[in-house]
Design a protein around this ligand. Structure first.
Ligand SMILES: Nc1ncnc2c1ncn2[C@@H]1O[C@H](COP(=O)(O)O)[C@@H](OP(=O)(O)O)[C@H]1O
Ligand SMILES: [Mg+2]
Length: 268
């Protein structure tokens, strides 16, 4: 099942790349965010894939998100997909966009695939099994988060959104010990923490559950954490009518130094 899912996501990625390479028009959704043919081609390819592989499990996609909470709160298991995360990066053609498929059980992302077609890279995580990175259709390599280095010896690596920063994010970085900050689009940022290339991804700005669920499964299977920035509890899906996430932080490991910087930045 896992191999067929990965094959299907890679096939959807090939459709996306073909549109990326050959040109596309851009529409504006009701929430003013952009939509391209690639978002819809990926949505249809992934919905068809999941219906074929597991017809009994419902799917919630960013592009078909109108399913009322009264219906979905009864879902013990469901697929949660973001067919194209980083649509604005796709339009700018900087390659920083991903296809995201998560399996949610009792609100917890237990399995996730994040595929970045331009980077030809896929990250996979499965609760209790581990996390892997695959380039093209080559071998899967196990990935894990890294231990936070001593900041006096080595700068902490922080990643943030290229387009959706915030005052709280800036305040957090001002308080944090010795660190370097890189910005990037989409769920790629969580994958960098999962593979130990980044230590922290503070997201102190809005996102929705489909933006994070697949990559949360990768991060947690790699030994890391995706935590509500206020409560430091793991993010959970499908707990309320709104699909918006709280502000959150992704970390390889908990540490009182970044936790106190986070508390101070959220009060500022
Ligand atoms: N005001 C807002 N409310 C909800 N989600 C938002 C938002 N602004 C940005 N996002 C989410 O942030 C994602 C992009 O994240 P990043 O800035 O890290 O690249 C977008 O994903 P899509 O491209 O799938 O729409 C979108 O879902
Ligand atoms: Mg998204």
């Amino acid at each position: 099942m896992r191999a067929r899912l990965i094959d299907g996501v890679l096939a959807a990625g090939r459709e996306v790349i073909s549109i990326y390479d050959h040109g596309f028009s851009v529409e504006t959704k009701d929430d003013k965010s952009p939509l391209t043919e690639a978002d819809m081609a990926s949505h249809h390819a992934l919905v068809d894939l999941l219906e074929n592989l597991a017809p009994q499990v419902p799917t919630l996609s960013e592009e078909s998100a109108e399913i009322p909470f009264a219906t979905r709160k009864a879902w013990q298991r469901y697929w949660l997909i973001d067919p194209l995360d980083g649509t604005k990066e796709f339009i700018k053609k900087n390659g920083e966009f991903t296809l995201n498929v998560a399996l949610i059980e009792d609100g917890v992302p237990v399995f996730g695939i994040v595929h970045a077609p331009v980077l030809r890279t896929t990250w996979i995580g499965q609760q209790g099994q581990g996390a892997w990175k695959q380039v093209d259709e080559g071998p899967c390599h196990t990935i894990t988060v890294r231990a936070l280095p001593d900041p006096d010896q080595e700068a902490w690596q922080v990643v943030g959104s290229r387009l959706h920063g915030s005052e709280e994010f800036e305040a957090f970085c001002r308080i944090l010990p010795n660190h370097e900050c890189a910005t990037m689009g989409s769920s790629l940022k969580l994958c960098l923490v999962a593979e130990g290339k980044a230590d922290l991804y503070p997201r102190l700005a809005p996102t929705s559950e489909w933006d994070t669920a697949a990559a949360q499964a990768v991060v947690t299977a790699a030994g890391g954490q995706v935590l509500n920035a206020h409560t430091l509890e793991p993010l959970r899906c499908n707990q309320q009518e709104s699909v918006l996430n709280p502000f959150f932080i992704v970390a390889g490991e908990r540490d009182s130094r970044w936790e106190s910087a986070l508390r101070a930045s959220l009060k500022s």
